[in-house]
Design a protein around this ligand. Structure first.
Ligand code: NDP
Ligand code: MG
Length: 391
């Protein structure tokens, strides 16, 4: 391929390439080799998948965060041009490379924050799947993005929907956004049922096939709580402009209501490849062969209020959203530990909420934290939550 044509391709760095979002992004890229090129891939522990991906997509560099797997990756890629890095610090090192155009931030949890900040500081466009980045330090992340004139394009389906509804509406005020939630696998269940559920049940999401952490978050409704906070930072909203509604079919991915009362929705079958592709190709829409939603065969779409008495995580996230400061960071850190504990059968489903609530009560509130203070609050909340479950 000539140099000129090559330059027309967007060079993508996928942080978290071995995960659910990462692998789907690579499927999208494989379908559009004329539009995208893979520049960087990163994994935590799945060395063999990372090697397969590197052989297929021939990136400039890969990172394996788990240093114990460095030799295996290095040896498997001997004889290729792929540079191999290892360790947590290497994520920031490659994020500062000037050889790529856009980072797809698809690491799960707080662990994705530093490399995303580095990419922003290096002036790279961000396709953001890692919602925890904005939950923890949304003020700092968005401020830096504005300073560096870096676009942050959401990948989370609800936020992609809102983003799509807002195209062409820059001068028009948002009255509110309506985040839709499927309700997860335990929709309609009560605490006497939830007390006994195990991870095998929680991981069975009715509409989406996702990584373990977000699947549990969807079952507890913490995912929707995190998404309220994510929406606040992405779209510069006040808490009372964010409404959550249960929509079990996941056809409407979210809506925006404007000052004249008009409501715009973005719709389609639940498939993360669509918002991933939209973010990678933005501002273009490019073709896809994803299955289409057929209105002529559809049954009714349903909506109902979330049951925040049973799914108290949503209320806790609402509290963190209202309080702001380091409270969402505390909520997120305690939740990450609680979900980790639940996935290892150390605590029950309802204990997740208990742990988050106790951390929010215990850790000192800081109204306007610095980045360092966010890191400290995260560590404090993690240690406190871990101490409660003897992790
Ligand atoms: P997965 O668990 O499937 O994948 C996570 C990725 O991050 C893997 O590549 C994993 O590496 C890597 N990773 C895990 N821990 C670390 C760490 N400490 N340091 C560096 N890398 C790490 O998650 P998902 O793809 O489901 O989700 C990714 C993000 O996207 C989350 O923030 C989630 O909330 C968000 N999101 C996901 C959606 C989905 O449909 N899955 C929908 C909307 C948002 P390895 O596997 O090699 O260990
Ligand atoms: Mg979502």
């Amino acid at each position: 391929m000539s140099r000129r044509l090559n330059r027309m391709k967007k060079k993508i760095a996928i942080f978290g390439s071995t995960g659910s979002i990462g692998t789907q992004a690579l499927d999208v890229i494989a379908t559009h080799p004329d539009k995208f090129e893979v520049e960087i891939l990163t994994a935590h522990s799945n060395d063999m998948l990372l090697v397969d991906q590197a052989k297929k997509f021939n990136p400039n560099a890969v990172v394996i965060v788990n240093e114990g797997k460095y030799t295996a990756v290095k040896e498997a890629l001997a004889g290729t041009d792929v540079k191999v890095f290892a360790g947590e610090k290497a994520l920031e090192e490659v994020a500062s490379f000037d050889t790529y155009d856009m980072m797809l931030a698809a690491i799960v949890g707080f662990a994705g924050l530093k490399s995303t900040l580095t990419a922003i500081d290096s002036g790279k466009a961000i396709a953001l799947a890692n919602k925890e980045t904005l939950v923890v330090a949304g003020d700092i992340v968005m401020q830096r993005a504005v300073e560096k004139r870096v676009p942050v394009i959401p990948v989370d389906s609800e936020h992609s929907a809102i983003f799509q509804c807002l195209v062409g509406e820059t001068r028009n005020k948002i009255e509110k956004v309506i985040l839709t939630a499927s309700g997860g696998p335990f929709l309609g269940k009560k605490p006497n049922f939830l007390v006994n559920v195990k991870k095998e049940h929680a991981l069975q999401h009715p509409n989406w096939n996702m990584g373990a952490k977000i699947s549990v978050d969807s079952a507890t409704l913490m995912n929707k709580g995190l998404e309220m906070i994510e929406a606040k930072w992405l779209f510069n909203l006040q808490p009372d402009q964010i409404q959550v509604i249960i929509h079990p079919q996941s056809i409407i991915h979210s809506m925006v209501q404007f000052e004249d009362g008009s409501v715009k929705a973005q719709m389609g079958l639940p498939d993360m490849k669509l918002p991933i592709q939209y973010a990678l190709a933005f501002p273009q829409r490019i073709t896809s062969n994803f299955p289409r939603y057929d209105f002529s065969r559809s049954s009714a779409l349903h909506f109902e209020q979330p049951d925040i008495k049973t799914f108290r995580n949503l209320a806790l996230a609402g509290e963190a959203l209202n309080k702001s400061g380091n409270m969402p960071c505390i909520l997120n850190a305690a939740n990450e530990i609680a979900v980790y504990g639940f996935l290892r059968n150390r605590i029950g489903f309802l204990d997740i909420t208990e742990l988050v609530e106790r951390a929010m009560d215990k850790i000192s509130y800081i109204p306007k934290p610095t980045l360092e203070e966010y890191f400290e609050s995260d560590a404090e909340a993690r240690n406190f939550a871990a101490s409660l479950i003897n992790l």
